[in-house]
Design a protein around this ligand. Structure first.
Ligand code: ATP
Ligand code: MG
Length: 411
C-alpha cells in the first residue's frame, strides 16, 4: 500500500482556450465528474491551475484508482487523465512518489521527468527538479532509458502552494466540451447503429441530449424500446444522455400507409417524426434536432429527400454523420459500446409499412400536397402528448419543476 494519497489528474484543452467562459466550463466539468464518479471512493474534486484534481480516499487500491481514471476518460471535455499521488513539497519525498508512480505506469521502455512549480515560493526550479527526480528514477529503473523526445512515459511533477502532485500513467481522453456547455438538442434515436453515435457526437461537443424514439407500438412489439433503453444506459455512463421520449408511432404510420401514395410514405413518416421531435424540442427548450443520417446510405438519405424532410420544421437539423462512412460509424459504435446492442434485431417503425419503391428524389410540392390530405397537426398534438419520458443521470440537465411527477424514471 503506498504511503501517499492517490489522485487522478484531469487535463482539458479546449476549455482552457475559452477566455472568460473558462471558469464556468471548468465548474461544469467538475459537477459532471462529481455525479459520474459517485461509485468511486472520491474525497473531493478541486480545480488547480488549468486542471481538475480528483482526490481518492486513503487506502484506495491501484486497481480502483485505474478504474476511476478509466471512467473519466470517456467523459466529454476530458483531454487526458493521469494517475499518481499527492505528497509533501520535499525533493526526497517527491522522488519516492515518482518511483512509486512510475512502477505503476504499466509497460514502458523510456521515460522523462517534466516538473513545474506554480508557486515560486518553492526554492527549487523545474530544471533542477527534473534532474534530481530523474536521477532517482534512473537508479530505480536502471534498465529503462531516459528520452527527451517522445518517451513512453512522462512523469509529471507539479508543485503548488501546499503540496506536490506526482503522476506517471497517463491516457488520452475523448476531448470535446463538458456536457451542459452548449445548450440542449433533441436527437432522433432509433435502435440502429448510427443514431446513438450521432447523439454521442453532439454530447461530446457539450450539448445536453434528449432522445426521441419512435416505436412501432401498438402495431409492433415494444422490443426496440428495450434496446433504446440499453443504449441510453451505455451513454449515461459518461453523462451523454439526459432523457428519452418514447413515442408510440405505429397507428399513425398505418394511417399514412393507407391514405398516402406509397412512394412518399417514408418521407411522410419522417416529416411527421421531425414535427413531433420539434414539438418536444420546444418543450425542452432545445435549439436543434439531430439525426444519424449519412449521405446516400439509404433511400431517404438523398439530398432531395433531406431537403423535403427538413422543410417540415423550423429548427436546424444537425447530421453529425452526414459525411461519415458506415465502417467508421461502426468502429465508433464499437468504441462507445453501443454496437452489440444496435446489432440486435427489433422491429420498430422503420420496418413497418415500407413501400416497395420509395421515392429517392421527392419534390417538396408533391410531398406537401400529399400531406395536406392528412390531419398532421392533430397527430403531432396527440403523439407529443402520448410521448413517455424516461430519465437518465445527467448532471447538466435541468428538468422543469412543473413536470416533476409526469414522467417515468429509469434512473
Ligand atoms: P440508424 O442506424 O440510426 O437507425 P439508419 O441507417 O437505419 O440509421 P434510417 O432508418 O433511414 O437510417 O434513419 C435515419 C435517422 O432517422 C436515424 O439515424 C435516426 O436519427 C432517425 N430515425 C430513424 N428511425 C427512427 C426511430 N424509430 N426513432 C427515432 N429516430 C429514428
Ligand atoms: Mg434505422
Amino acid at each position: 500500500m503506498p504511503e501517499f494519497q492517490r489522485i487522478v489528474l484531469v487535463h482539458y484543452h479546449e476549455i482552457g482556450l475559452k477566455g472568460h467562459n473558462r471558469a464556468s466550463f471548468e465548474m461544469r466539468l467538475l459537477r459532471n465528474l462529481e455525479s459520474l464518479l459517485d461509485a468511486f471512493p472520491v474525497v473531493t474534486i478541486h480545480r488547480i491551475a488549468g486542471r481538475l484534481l480528483v482526490f481518492l480516499k486513503e487506502g484506495t487500491s491501484h486497481d480502483t484508482a485505474n478504474a476511476c481514471a478509466d471512467a473519466i476518460l470517456g467523459v466529454p471535455g476530458v483531454a487526458r487523465v493521469s494517475c499518481g499521488f499527492k505528497c509533501e513539497r520535499d525533493l526526497d519525498v517527491m522522488g519516492t512518489a515518482a518511483r512509486e508512480a512510475l512502477s505503476e505506469a504499466g509497460g514502458f521502455e523510456s521515460f522523462k521527468v517534466s516538473a513545474r512549480r506554480n508557486h515560486t515560493d518553492f526554492a527549487i526550479d523545474s530544471m533542477c527538479m527534473n534532474r534530481e527526480i530523474g536521477s532517482v528514477l534512473c537508479e530505480a529503473f536502471p534498465e529503462k532509458k531516459v528520452r527527451m523526445k517522445d518517451p513512453d512515459v512522462t512523469v509529471g511533477v507539479e508543485v503548488v502552494q501546499n503540496a506536490a502532485y506526482v503522476y506517471a500513467r497517463s491516457v488520452r481522453g475523448i476531448g470535446g466540451l463538458p456536457v451542459g456547455s452548449s445548450g440542449v438538442v433533441v436527437s432522433l434515436l432509433s435502435s440502429g447503429i448510427d443514431s446513438p453515435v450521432a447523439l454521442w457526437r453532439m454530447a461530446r461537443r457539450g450539448a445536453v441530449c434528449v432522445g426521441v424514439h419512435f416505436s412501432g407500438r401498438p402495431q409492433t412489439s415494444d422490443a426496440s424500446e428495450f434496446l433504446v433503453d440499453d443504449i441510453a444506459r451505455v451513454l449515461e455512463k459518461t453523462g451523454c444522455i439526459a432523457r428519452v421520449y418514447v413515442v408510440p408511432f405505429g397507428d399513425c404510420q398505418r394511417e399514412i400507409s393507407v391514405l398516402a401514395p406509397p412512394s412518399l410514405r417514408i418521407i411522410l413518416y419522417r416529416r411527421l417524426m421531425f414535427k413531433v421531435a420539434e414539438r418536444l424540442a420546444r418543450r425542452e427548450r432545445a435549439g436543434a434536432l439531430v439525426t444519424g443520417e449519412s449521405l446516400g446510405q439509404v433511400a431517404s438519405q438523398t439530398l432531395d429527400n433531406i431537403r423535403a424532410t427538413d422543410a417540415a420544421v423550423d429548427l436546424p437539423v444537425f447530421r453529425p454523420l452526414i459525411g461519415t462512412d458506415k465502417i467508421e460509424i461502426i468502429e465508433q459504435a464499437q468504441r462507445l459500446g453501443t454496437f452489440e446492442i444496435s446489432s440486435q434485431d427489433a422491429p420498430d417503425c422503420c420496418t413497418l409499412f415500407m413501400p416497395r419503391a420509395p421515392e429517392t428524389h421527392a419534390k417538396l410540392a408533391d410531398v406537401e400536397a400529399a400531406e395536406a390530405q392528412l390531419p398532421i397537426e392533430q397527430w403531432v398534438e396527440e403523439l407529443s402528448e402520448a410521448a413517455e419520458a424516461h430519465d437518465y443521470a445527467c448532471a447538466a440537465y435541468k428538468r422543469r419543476k412543473k413536470e416533476a411527477s409526469a414522467h417515468v424514471s429509469c434512473a
